[in-house]
Design a protein around this ligand. Structure first.
Ligand code: COA
Length: 273
């Protein structure tokens, strides 16, 4: 993948998290290639800051997450920090609180997100990828959650997403064995949506991101909110939120613009209101 974003982006966590935005597309790069982009606590926090900055940038309509170095998306949490920061239940709770707060930002993200996966996507990397709305991967990518190999309990949210993507049986097989699967298998079981040759991955990802960024933001938000609610337990489902975004969308200037542009046979210019 071309590294056009990694040198110009806004750095966090000593440059191990990079953020850039252009043409309505925001990009966050996990940039710790020597450790296969393993995530330290500082990187989790930098990731949260980058997500917040792109969330609050009105020009950004879609966010891509990707790993630098061509070998990994994210190889999981940085295991070298575990001895100090995650060695027992109490320390682990504090560690989980700090990293989970950043993942919660992604889980509740108001804009569409795409994970662009080239290489290893393991453990916490899978958690990030599964929280994104869409996963695109290169043919050579590998996926796994080696929690059982390390003696770690993978949390409720991570498993909820895994089960909703691949079903309980594949979730059990992956979790009990800690096995890695290749991109073809990941595609087959529904863990990723599309797989491309490595030299096409970035272009294809950008093409999808640009398409999303040019579509009507409120219609996308309506889809995002509604799909999230479909996956909620019925007792927790927020049908008011679904109704509110539906009304906002159907009353929007953009819906008028969409109708007019179609009738006038021109490309619509959506403003998100
Ligand atoms: N945490 C800390 N360091 C990591 C890491 C992680 N999750 N993943 C990789 N690294 C480090 C390695 O220790 C190695 O460091 P070194 O150069 O100082 O020896 C470096 O990154 C390169 O890793 P290496 O194993 O030599 O590369 P590889 O291409 O042969 O294999 C992986 C890559 C990702 C398959 C392998 O490193 C691995 O299994 N990592 C652990 C994955 C894991 O268990 N993740 C879940 C954590 S919860």
């Amino acid at each position: 993948m071309p590294d056009m974003f990694s040198t110009t982006g806004m750095p966090y966590a000593d440059g191990r998290i990079l953020q850039h935005a252009a043409g309505g597309v925001g990009v966050i790069t996990f940039n710790n290639p020597d450790k296969r982009n393993a995530m330290s606590l500082e990187m989790w926090e930098g990731f949260g800051m980058a997500l917040t900055a792109l969330r609050d940038d009105d020009d950004v309509r879609v966010v891509i997450l990707r790993g630098a170095g061509g070998k990994a998306f994210v190889s999981g949490a940085d295991i070298s920090q575990f001895e100090k920061a995650r060695h027992n239940a109490a320390a682990s709770e504090e560690y989980a609180r700090r990293s989970a707060a950043q993942r919660a930002l992604l889980a509740d993200y108001p804009k569409p997100t795409i994970a662009c996966i080239d290489g290893y996507c393991l453990g916490g990397g899978m958690q990030v990828a599964m929280l994104a709305d869409i996963r695109l991967a290169s043919h050579g990518s590998q996926f796994g959650i080696p929690a059982a190999k390390l003696g770690i309990a993978y949390g409720y949210d991570g498993l909820r997403h895994l089960v909703s993507l691949v079903g309980p049986s594949w979730a059990r097989l992956l979790m009990y064995t800690g096995m890695r699967i290749d991109a073809a298998e990941a595609l087959r079981i529904g863990l990723v949506e599309r797989v491309f040759p490595v030299d096409e991955l970035w272009g294809e990802t950008m093409m999808i991101a640009e398409t999303v960024s040019q579509n009507a933001p409120l219609a996308i938000k309506a889809a995002k909110i509604t799909i999230t609610q479909v996956l909620e337990d019925e007792s927790r489902r927020d049908m008011e939120a679904v109704k509110a975004i539906g009304n906002a969308c159907m009353d929007s200037e953009d819906f008028r613009e969409g109708r007019q542009a179609f009738m006038e046979k021109r490309k619509p210019q959506f403003r998100g209101r």
